[in-house]
Write a protein that binds this ligand. Structure first.
Ligand code: BGC
Length: 235
């Protein structure tokens, strides 16, 4: 029989043994939880005025969603949790972000800046995913009232400019952060994470949403930041 002779041919063959081993590894691999894909975004060149107003040059920028719920930190129902989008731009000195957050109840009553209604932008300028922060890494936070805070070896308050404004549905934050280590040019790739903190009016954080990695780890590790590619508009 054909099948039989095929079997006799392959039994003992080291090629098939390695195939089976490889298949076994593949099958085991299938049972492992899949690592979620790394989100990617692009930023085009431009120099906006930091005033909390959306100039025309922002309007062409792609809106990056900040909507993944960080379950370990969230007690609010998803429908009640602040959500938003971010537009990004860059020039040779700064990365710019324009946040539009939907959050019907604004609160800054916690003494912890990260528990107030606020947005956070994390950069790994050299895209090193080094884990613990290096000198090209920083965490920048801006509250809905425009108060700046942050952390990380790269963080310097004087490197951030931000203006926040209330809207009918929440708030906007326009911010610029100065490049520290990167010499940005078209094609430059960097690590980026985006986070929204929501205090529903209780004086403590009711939840977090993020762009890329749905864990509360970005303030300690750059490993799972998303990818931002700096591009230039084709003239
Ligand atoms: C985190 C907080 C943390 C804070 C430290 C925030 O991004 O969500 O849990 O305490 O960073 O700055």
């Amino acid at each position: 029989m054909r099948v039989h002779s095929f079997r006799s041919f392959v039994v003992g063959s080291s090629a098939i043994a390695s195939f089976l081993l490889a298949y076994g590894a593949f099958a085991v691999g299938q049972d492992q939880p899949k690592k979620p894909k790394r989100e990617a975004a692009v930023a085009d060149t431009g120099t906006p005025k930091i005033d909390g107003e959306m100039e025309d040059k922002w309007k062409g920028a792609i809106e990056v969603p900040v909507k993944k719920v960080v379950a370990s930190e969230t007690t609010l129902k998803e429908k009640d949790l602040a959500v938003g989008t971010v537009r990004l731009m860059w020039d040779k000195e700064y990365l710019y972000a324009f946040w539009n957050v939907t959050d019907p109840k604004l609160s800054a009553s916690s003494s912890d800046a990260w528990a107030q209604d606020s947005v956070e932008l994390f950069v790994d300028e050299l895209n090193q995913h080094a884990g613990p922060y290096q000198k090209d890494d920083a965490q920048y936070r801006v509250s809905f009232e425009g108060k700046v805070s942050g952390d990380g070896p790269g963080f310097k308050e004087s490197n951030v400019k931000a203006v926040a404004k209330k809207t009918e549905t929440g708030y906007v934050v326009e911010m610029s952060v100065k490049f520290m280590e990167a010499k940005p040019k078209p094609g430059h790739e960097m690590g980026l994470e985006l986070q929204i903190n929501d205090d529903p009016g209780t004086g403590s954080r009711g939840g977090i949403r993020k762009w890329n990695h749905a864990e509360n780890d970005s303030y300690q590790s750059t490993t799972d930041f998303g990818l931002l590619v700096l591009t230039a508009a084709v003239p």
